[in-house]
Design a protein around this ligand. Structure first.
Ligand code: NAP
Length: 299
């Protein structure tokens, strides 16, 4: 039997990634700890991509095993490279193939993916979806797109994935597609991220940008092709949140569409992490306020 872990007197959390210059996570978690009356700190661990960062990555994991750390978030480029260092994955992290949250359960270091539930919760919040489903289009085929596709399929959406390298979208479809319903439409399909393909999309209720297009150094760009009107009635969610109004969000609103940035998703994945590590309810309003203030400071 593994001994129960007692809560530490002071929590030590952190974020692994590269680069981490503008991360909002330290401020979001500092606000969560303070509003919950808990003592603790949140550190940034900039670890270069492998192979250069392999030793540092191993060292941080060993510190976690020694309980010198009590919670880790993981971002680009280590969401996949960390997998072999962990003792197990939740079902959703296994299906998505990427981890953004590491925690200790007994003596086992486990990985989860809180981006997927965080996106669904924020979509409900931003667009008052009330469990409504339809057809979604996800732009990009990286880790965030995989989490989005997984979450939307689980919730019952039909999903198209568009990527500039269509083979990356095809690979995502091969990895995540559920069995097609007999005689029905495939619940997941790929297409190239280009004007011709997107202009022909028969229907699209929800568009999600899961590419970095719209954030610096691509802040003057939008992933949606020039000259193609947005599908009628589409709601647009941009996972990018810096700047707060990306070019995609601005053009969506100018066309009369509901649009939101990804700040709520960022805060929600942080809240889910905090709850996993501390067992306390996350103080979401304080966390969102800290994120918004920090973004204003950066911007
Ligand atoms: P990733 O694994 O590197 O994937 C990025 C994807 O975008 C790839 O498919 C990539 O295609 C594509 N892409 C990159 N530049 C492009 C361009 N100029 N035009 C078209 N496609 C392009 O990154 P990720 O982890 O999925 O993150 C994607 C974005 O989501 C980032 O901006 C990240 O900050 C944001 N994100 C936000 C949250 C949140 O909580 N709001 C959470 C996770 C991620 P190639 O493979 O061809 O390069």
């Amino acid at each position: 039997m593994t001994p129960e872990l007692l809560p530490p007197q002071s929590y030590r959390f952190g974020l692994l990634g590269w680069p981490l210059g503008h991360s909002l996570s330290p401020q979001i978690h500092a606000a969560a700890l303070e509003a919950s009356g808990l003592s603790g700190t949140y550190h940034l661990f900039p670890i270069p991509p492998l192979p250069d960062g392999a030793g540092l990555l191993q060292e941080i994991i060993e510190r976690f095993r020694r309980q010198e750390l009590h919670g880790l978030n993981v971002t680009i480029p280590h969401k996949q490279t960390i997998l072999p260092l962990l003792d197990g994955l939740t079902d959703q992290a296994m299906a998505i193939g990427a981890v953004n949250l590491v925690y200790l359960e007994g003596q086992r270091l486990l990985g989860d993916n809180s981006d997927a539930p965080a996106l669904l919760l924020d979509l409900q919040h931003c667009f008052s979806l009330q469990n409504q489903v339809g057809t979604a289009l996800v732009l990009g085929a990286g880790g965030a797109a995989r989490a989005a596709v997984y979450a939307l399929l689980q919730a019952g959406w039909q999903v198209y994935v568009a990527a500039r390298r269509v083979e990356a979208a095809q690979r995502l479809v091969a990895d995540l597609a559920p069995p097609a319903s007999v005689g029905g439409m495939d619940p997941l399909a790929s297409l190239p991220l280009g004007a011709d393909a997107l202009a022909k999309l028969p229907v699209c209720d929800l568009l999600i940008n899961a590419t970095p297009v719209g954030m610096p150094p691509l802040a003057d760009s939008t992933p949606w092709p020039d000259g193609v009107p947005f599908p009628a009635g589409v709601k647009i969610y941009d996972m990018v949140y810096n700047p707060a109004q990306t070019k995609l969000v601005r053009s969506a609103r100018a066309g009369g569409h509901q649009a939101a940035n990804g700040l709520g998703m960022l805060v929600e994945q942080a809240a889910l992490s905090f709850e996993r590590w501390t067992g306390s309810n996350a103080p979401r309003p304080a966390m969102l306020a800290a994120a918004t203030d920090s973004l204003d400071t950066i911007g």
